[in-house]
Design a binder for this molecule. Structure first.
Ligand code: ZN
Length: 277
């Protein structure tokens, strides 16, 4: 499943190709994604110019003067730019036909499992025909307001363990299962510790660790930027060296004791019971 780093690398890969492009039309072969595509989405988009491509949590926002096309990759979605017409495959559900510097190109959305979404938010209004998915999101981890003080002040009343609280995404977004386990290990914080009982200094360390693990993943994906043009868009997770994730039974890189695996909620957590308190 694409996590924040994969979505950010998708944004970096697509941005130079779609920014400034004029939208000619929308070709929809399968409108039934997580929410059905608006019947008049093509009419709303036709003639609009793409001003910029933004990422918010795991959503990509194609901004136009009339509004934003909000795209989520779901479990298996991917986007790529084609500079030549190509026969669509069975899971190539939507094409955004663009004109960029006099050349026709296609932004193609592929999603075998169809948990992805393509939503429309008119400028200054709410998303049409779907929940306000952007409204409950926490801060971006690379936002300058995010840091130890932010984590500390937003967890004082929480009896919930820190790891599921990070996963919930209401305090900070983008800390998925891999990145929660990895950043808690780096910060030396036990994943089952009550969030309200972690001190300010330890939250400083955690905020720094969250930024580090996410930035390392984005950097690892940077080598795949060219794969977003005339190739199969990438999905899945970048091959990163994990310190605890999926390493149960293997020696901790700090203390050599075996890494443990537990369940928290419906998710696996990996940690070192000696190094994380
Ligand atoms: Zn250890």
């Amino acid at each position: 499943m694409p996590e924040l780093p994969e979505v950010e690398v998708t944004r970096l890969g697509l941005e130079p190709h779609v920014t400034g492009a004029k939208i000619l039309e929308l070709e929809v072969r399968q409108p039934r994604l997580r929410w059905p595509l608006l019947a008049d989405l093509g009419q709303r988009l036709a003639g609009q110019r793409i001003l910029r491509l933004e990422r918010r949590a795991k959503y990509l926002l194609l901004h136009t003067p009339a509004g934003a096309l909000i795209i989520h990759l779901g479990m298996t979605g991917s986007l790529r730019v084609l500079t030549q017409a190509r026969v669509p495959g069975p899971h190539d559900h939507v094409d955004l036909v663009l004109e960029q510097q006099g050349q026709r190109q296609w932004l193609r959305f592929n999603d075998p499992r169809r948990f992805g979404a393509m939503l429309w938010q008119p400028t200054g209004q709410a998303i049409v025909g779907a929940p306000p998915v952007l409204d409950t999101l926490g801060l971006e981890p690379f936002d300058e307001r995010f840091g130890g003080a932010w984590l500390y002040s937003h967890t004082r009343t929480h009896a919930l363990a820190i790891k599921p609280l990070l996963l919930a995404g209401r305090i900070v977004v983008g800390v998925g299962n891999i990145y929660a386990s990895e950043s808690l290990f780096r910060a030396g914080i036990h994943p089952q510790r009550a969030a309200g009982r972690i001190g300010a200094a330890r939250y400083e360390g955690l905020a720094q660790s969250i930024r580090e693990v996410l930035q390392e993943a984005i950097t690892a994906g940077g080598s795949s930027l060219r794969d977003y043009v005339n190739a199969q868009g990438k999905t899945g997770t970048f091959q990163q060296v994990h310190q605890v994730y999926a390493r149960e039974g293997q020696p901790c890189l700090r203390c050599q004791r075996p890494i443990r695996q537990i369940r928290q909620g419906q998710r696996s957590t990996w940690f070192c019971s000696h190094c994380q308190r």
